[in-house]
Ligand binder design. Structure first.
Ligand SMILES: *[C@@H]1O[C@H](CO)[C@@H](O)[C@H](O)[C@H]1NC(C)=O
Ligand SMILES: *[C@@H]1O[C@H](CO)[C@@H](O)[C@H](O)[C@H]1NC(C)=O
Length: 402
């Protein structure tokens, strides 16, 4: 009963905030029924009326603490993105190439959104200084996966209208989640000497957000990202975002978490050198490339991306893509996921972003923990593989450097 009341209270807060926001929207989508279920909590099919975000019904508002390449104000976590995760924590990406943009600033300017653009330049920062590039990436990778801002959801749709709505909502959600202020109020401030415990940070954020907040540490045990999870009632621009517990738990150590100061770059004009350039020097283990092998299975992937048990392994190049992901390339071309859901490399394939864990060597896709195939290839047969465990034979994919 108590928790039910707390939940109602939170919903009320969020609704009030959202009602305030929605007056700023000009899109003329028909308004959504107020009894539409929260995303990911429906017990029956919901018709696609642009009022129910699906399949990405878990909405994450993610933020950076970029201390390494210091960016943004010294007392602000900066905006990373607004991401739709599936209800089980996996996610889709680059969902509709027909909606992709190549220049976010141009889109915003063409809609007369100078004020929003200016705010984005303050809070939505790329650590390499190319903010526009980060925004383009976020929209193309995540924004194109949102079902309630598809062009067909708008009356009198103007090309890229949904891009503006995506950026606007990202900024508004971000502004309601002032991580730095919340930590500061709990006595957690950047320092070169102090460290903090996981419990301290956890409690400081949870007491404000109302639910477990995910925070991430980098290799130096330093806080560098914070993610807030929500379910959504209604559409991306107009709906109510209801806090939920993070679907994953923090990788930070129990004690000794650093919260480094954002240091002004050294006086030298060349800020890209030195020892702190983790983004480039965590080094892509590419060098000579490597093989993609299946754990506990014979064979490996050949250059078109298929599993072959009785031939020579193809050489793959694994390279760090912008903003966290990895790209795979074989002699046939870039690798991605084809329209049937299978891994493929070659001309005509849209490059996807994979995840790679350098300590285990595992390569994964879309938050899925492994890969699967219909069967183990018999001699001279090539078998396609797919992310996730949907097929009969499950395995992990390992990148083995040459
Ligand atoms: C929730 O709605 C979606 C979209 O209609 C549907 O695909 C899914 O199966 C529904 N979930 C349940 C548990 O019925
Ligand atoms: C593959 O893995 C999934 C989830 O781990 C499991 O449910 C499924 O039964 C597995 N399939 C086989 C054939 O082992």
């Amino acid at each position: 009963m108590v928790s039910h009341l707390v939940l109602r209270y939170l919903v009320a807060i969020v609704s009030t905030t959202a009602a305030h926001y929605s007056s700023a929207f000009k899109a003329d989508m028909s308004s959504c029924p107020s009894d539409i279920p929260l995303s990911c909590t429906n017990s029956s099919q919901i018709p696609d009326t642009c009022c129910f975000e699906y399949p990405g019904g878990v909405l994450l508002q993610t933020q950076f603490w970029d201390y390494d390449y210091p960016t943004g104000p010294d007392d602000m976590f900066t905006l990373h993105g607004l991401w739709p995760d599936n209800c089980d924590g996996t996610y889709n990406q680059f969902c509709d190439s027909s909606l992709q943009i190549s220049n976010a600033e141009e889109v915003l300017t063409s809609f007369g959104e100078e004020q929003l653009l200016e705010r984005m330049h303050e809070v939505w920062k790329d650590y390499q200084g190319d903010d526009n590039n980060l925004w383009v990436h976020e929209f193309n990778k995540h924004g194109t996966c949102l079902s309630t801002i598809k062009p067909s959801c708008y009356q009198n749709f103007e090309t890229n209208r949904e891009v503006v709505d995506y950026f606007r909502k990202s900024v508004e959600l971000f502004e309601g989640l002032p991580t730095y202020r919340w930590l500061e109020a709990a006595g957690i401030t950047p320092s070169d000497s102090h460290t903090y415990s996981k419990q301290q940070i956890d409690e400081a954020l949870k007491s404000r957000f109302g639910k477990e907040v995910y925070f991430k540490c980098d290799r130096n045990h330093a806080l560098n990202e914070v993610w807030y999870f929500h379910h959504l009632r209604g559409s991306i621009p107009h709906g109510n975002y209801v806090p939920i517990d993070a679907l994953i738990s923090s990788n930070c150590p129990a004690f000794g978490i650093k919260f480094p100061l954002k240091k002004a770059p050294s006086t030298s004009t060349n800020t890209a050198t030195g020892t702190e350039t983790s983004a480039t020097s965590t080094a892509t283990p590419t060098g000579n490339g490597g093989y993609l092998k299946l754990e506990n299975q014979a064979g490996c992937l050949i250059s078109n991306g298929k599993w072959f048990a009785s031939g020579t392994c193809a050489t793959y190049k694994l390279s760090k893509a912008s903003f966290g992901g990895y790209q795979l390339t074989s002699s046939k071309g870039v690798c991605g996921i084809d329209s049937d859901g299978y891994f493929a490399c070659g001309r005509g394939v849209t490059a996807a972003q994979f995840d790679y864990d350098s300590s285990s060597g595992y390569v994964t896709y879309g938050g899925q923990s492994g890969w699967s195939a219909d069967r183990v290839p018999s001699r001279n047969v090539q078998v396609p593989i797919m992310p996730g465990s949907g097929r009969n034979v499950n395995f992990s994919l390992i990148y083995e450097t040459r």
